[in-house]
Design a protein around this ligand. Structure first.
Ligand code: FAD
Ligand code: NAD
Length: 465
């Protein structure tokens, strides 16, 4: 039976942007409805951040166990382990279930009504949801579009069968013997490295002449070294052409313009994600666009009054923590608070081996923005904790404004450096200078001491190098 309901705030999409927005709005007493067609938690919790990190963790554990057979030098010996990927996926699904169940409980606690089904905008204040019990019309004073993004498909490598996106790659029941990854960005390298550790023979095909193009070359060098050590074949400046005639290979044009055939039991296409701006009635709204994204201002307001957009659908960087921060801000604006987007930096972490962290500007980016910069790095090879944990590859690098030492950027590459992103982001957000970091006592022995030492080194008086 058709239903008609009303609310003050309607959120479309329950990914990290949408569900955080709804929870915060509910906490502030805003009468809120959230609509989700698939599963609470969106891409991030179901088929993105969390499941990929679970798989990466198991790949690391497996590799460690495999290597322990050769660890006589540090006093460890063990027999060869086995991987049961179906069991891993089952465990991963359990983590996802706990988290998505938790989101449901948090929404309930905040008194947010959840409507399951696909939402279509009729106009800027009315949407229709196709629920399992029939159509429901929802009228709202404010709406937030948080529809997220989907994987980009290559016309000559359509998803299906052995051509997979990250979603299917996270649900395989055995590591493919030969895996070809198209795209050496976040997903291609995070998952490519994980499968190489599981024992797949991995080849990566990247159109540009470098891996991880979002990060500078100094930062990605240790990742290149690790790919080589893992036996991953990296084809740079190469183009995927299409599946080979035998159905178990991929034809590529390599960097020298020659055709090569790479054996491929699975082809993981990871060439980016695109904002989900179609299929939900955008044509019934009058939204200005910014390229493929919905255009927003510094309050995430679109060109229509009372219509907001957050997360992947509303621009780069397409990261969960940016979506969440926007969601929280919009909820507060709708509750009557005076908020705007005044963040200095959105941290980025790539969970490759080694991990890569970028917060703020790299030296060349800072120069391009007209700053006179001072920058130095501190290598983990001179850090006691890193030496004691076999994590000597990599470094922390600090970039500061010449003259007053204002920190413009903090970057790191190395084992476990994802956790340094909090210290880096805090430094930038608080407007810290090199002297502030140099004057902060960093616990010994930790890898975070490399942040202290990189700041001291930029000031010209490092202690341990
Ligand atoms: P989404 O999470 O995409 O959620 C949108 C939701 O809206 C979906 O649940 C969808 O079903 C729903 N929806 C869409 N249209 C409708 C409609 N018309 N009606 C009803 N429901 C609708 N980011 C990080 O920061 N760190 C990471 O480590 C990381 N790892 C990733 C790994 C992978 C493999 C992938 C694919 C992504 C990863 N990301 C990571 C990116 C991250 O997942 C996204 O940036 C984030 O999920 C975006 O959140 P969102 O709320 O904008 O959209
Ligand atoms: P990406 O933009 O990170 O990388 C895509 C790569 O594919 C680039 O290197 C690009 O040059 C290459 N490419 C594009 N077209 C190609 C072609 N035809 N042939 C060969 N190479 C081609 O995209 P992704 O890895 O698909 O990830 C999508 C988004 O998801 C990321 O941009 C990021 O926002 C998010 N994500 C984040 C994390 C994280 O935060 N750790 C992890 C995974 C995904």
């Amino acid at each position: 039976m058709a239903k008609d309901i009303a609310c003050k705030l309607l959120v479309v999409g329950a990914g990290p942007g949408g569900y955080v927005c709804a929870i915060r709005a509910g906490q502030l007493g805003v009468d809120t409805i959230i609509v989700e067609a698939e599963a609470l938690g969106g891409t991030c919790l179901n088929v993105g951040c969390i499941p990929s990190k679970a798989l990466i963790h198991v790949a690391d554990e497996f590799e460690r166990a495999m290597n322990s057979a050769d660890k006589a030098a540090i006093g460890v010996s063990a027999s060869k382990p086995k991987i049961d990927l179906a069991k891993t996926v089952e465990w991963k699904n359990g983590i996802v279930g706990r988290l998505t169940g938790g989101v449901g409980a948090l929404l309930k606690k905040a008194k947010v009504r959840v409507v399951e089904g696909w939402a279509t905008f009729i106009d800027g204040k009315t949407i229709e949801v196709e629920t399992k019990d029939g159509p429901t019309t929802i009228r709202a004073e404010n709406v937030v579009i948080a529809t997220g993004s989907t994987p980009v498909e290559l016309p000559f490598l359509k998803f299906g069968g052995d051509v997979i996106s990250s979603t299917e790659a996270l649900d395989l029941d055995a590591p493919p013997k030969n895996l070809v990854v198209v795209g050496a960005g976040y997903i291609g390298l995070e998952l490519g490295i994980a499968f190489a550790k599981f024992g797949s023979k991995v080849a990566v095909v990247e159109a540009l002449d470098r891996i991880l193009p979002g990060y500078d070359a100094e930062l990605t060098r240790p990742v290149t070294k690790r790919l080589k050590a893992l036996g991953v074949a990296v084809h740079l400046g190469a183009k995927a052409k299409g599946p080979g005639k035998d159905g178990k290979s991929l034809e590529i044009e390599n960097g020298d313009g020659e055709t090569e055939t790479l054996p491929a039991d699975k082809i993981l296409v990871a060439v980016g994600r695109k904002p989900l701006t179609e299929g939900w009635g955008r044509e019934n709204l009058v939204l200005d666009m910014d390229g493929p994204f919905i255009k927003i201002d510094d309050r995430c307001q679109t060109s229509m009054n009372g219509v907001y957009a957050i997360g992947d659908v509303a621009g780069e960087p397409m990261l969960a923590h940016r979506a969440m921060a926007q969601g929280e801000m919009v909820a507060e604006i709708i509750a009557g608070r005076n908020r705007r987007w005044d963040r200095r930096a959105v941290p980025a972490v790539c969970f490759t081996d080694p991990e890569v962290v970028a917060v703020g500007l790299a030296p060349e980016e800072a120069k391009a923005e007209g700053h006179e910069v001072e920058s130095a790095l501190f290598p983990f090879s001179a850090n006691g904790r890193a030496m004691a944990t076999e994590a000597e590859e990599g470094f922390v690098r600090v970039t500061a404004r010449a003259g007053d030492g204002l920190i413009l950027g903090a970057h790191a590459v190395g084992k476990g450096v994802a956790e340094l992103s909090a210290a880096f982001a805090l430094a930038l957000e608080m407007g810290a200078t090199l002297e502030d970091i140099a004057g902060t006592i960093h616990a010994h022995p930790t890898q975070s001491e490399a942040f202290h030492e990189a700041s001291l080194r930029t000031l010209g008086h490092a202690l341990h190098i």
